[in-house]
Design a binder for this molecule. Structure first.
Ligand code: HEM
Length: 318
């Protein structure tokens, strides 16, 4: 077997072994042991959002990145220690921020009900609250996740990349038990937040041997992106919002894709199969259909479990 195929097989074994839907979650998990858990977390999120409008996007992405590696086990929240470089310090996670919001909620929870609420559950609930506070839907989050004890930056290479094709996206999602429907609905998370130039600059200059600009991108949109991301710029914080209403959870993301204004190849690629294209049309024309599908897929993604303990401090194993 070629080396590349051995690596591919090993990495899917790794992903599969972390994917253990058998661990059952429940809606009333903390009802007796920590009845105020959800309101404590909601307050921590609300306080942070009132000071910083970029927090909801950060929390939603944080939950997604956590769930895609070893399941939703808060492995993303662990700090690097000694020679172990943690997920947090892997390339796709360097722009993930607002970890302090989870720390604040955890501190309060430890005061009320020590050792009871997992960091993984805090993150799943905070992501839900972030969406609701941005004008999106709300939903009941099944709880009872455990926190993991392993976090490796090297495993972040298995995250889907913005240059992925539709078949690479499909593979990445199906390895985690998620379908093409989930892919289209969850990609709608890109209705919130911001991207650095580095995540899309391949599309706007020297795209390939025949095209300087990605032909799937709207030319006037490409021109505006070239303006915000000048060639050889050293500006670290340069970039673009994911959609013009980037602090409001709405279906603008799908309408933009239909106009060739998806920021990443992975967004625009949703038009490349009949099934995913139909869903983009459906969500572009109905906020209600999008909300319903998003909630359904969020519950599915956030039920990929994998941890073993209830951490005392979300940044370090017990
Ligand atoms: C389908 C595969 C996906 C790819 C390839 C992808 C890729 C990316 C990239 C490259 C960024 C910009 C990072 C930066 O430059 O700072 C980003 C931002 C973001 N992503 Fe995704 N993403 C995907 C799916 C998702 C999903 C499933 C969600 C949530 C349900 C999500 C939520 C977000 C949010 C909210 C931001 C903005 C973060 C912020 O402003 O802090 N993404 N994504």
């Amino acid at each position: 077997m070629a080396w590349a195929s051995i690596v591919a097989v090993l990495s899917s074994v790794l992903i599969f072994s972390a994917f253990s839907p058998g661990c059952s979650l429940s809606l009333n998990y903390y009802d007796k042991t920590c009845p105020h858990a959800e309101s404590i977390i909601a307050n921590a999120v609300k306080n942070a959002v009132s000071r910083d409008k970029t927090v909801p996007a950060a929390l939603l992405r944080m939950h997604f990145h956590d769930c895609f590696i070893r399941g939703c086990d808060a492995s993303l929240l662990l700090n690097s220690k000694g020679s172990n470089k943690a997920e947090k310090d892997g390339p796709p996670n360097r722009s993930v921020h607002a970890f302090y919001v989870i720390d604040n909620a955890k501190k309060e929870l430890e005061a009320w009900c020590p050792g009871v609420v997992s960091c993984a559950d805090i993150l799943a609930l905070a992501a839900r609250d972030a969406v609701a506070l941005s004008g999106g839907p709300s939903w009941d989050v099944p709880k009872g996740r455990k926190d993991g004890r392993t976090s490796k930056a090297s495993e972040t290479t298995t995250m889907p990349a913005p240059a992925f094709s539709i078949s690479q996206l499909q593979q990445s999602f199906s390895q985690r038990g998620l379908s093409m429907d989930d892919l289209v609905a969850l990609s709608g998370g890109h209705t919130l937040g911001f991207s650095h130039c580095s995540s899309f600059q391949n599309r706007i200059r020297s795209f390939n041997a025949t095209h300087d600009i990605d032909p799937s991108i709207n030319p006037s949109f490409a021109a505006s992106l070239r303006g915000v991301c000048p060639k050889n710029s050293k500006a670290k914080n340069a970039g673009a919002t994911m959609d013009p209403s980037s602090t409001t959870f709405d279906n603008t993301y799908y309408r933009l894709i239909l106009q060739g204004k998806g920021l990443f190849s992975s967004d625009q690629a949703l038009l490349n199969t009949p099934k995913t294209k139909d869903l983009v049309h459906k969500f572009a024309s109905s906020q209600e259909a999008f909300n319903k599908a998003f909630v359904n897929s969020m519950i599915k993604m956030s039920s990929i479990t994998g941890g073993q303990e209830i951490r005392k401090d979300c940044r370090v194993v017990n």
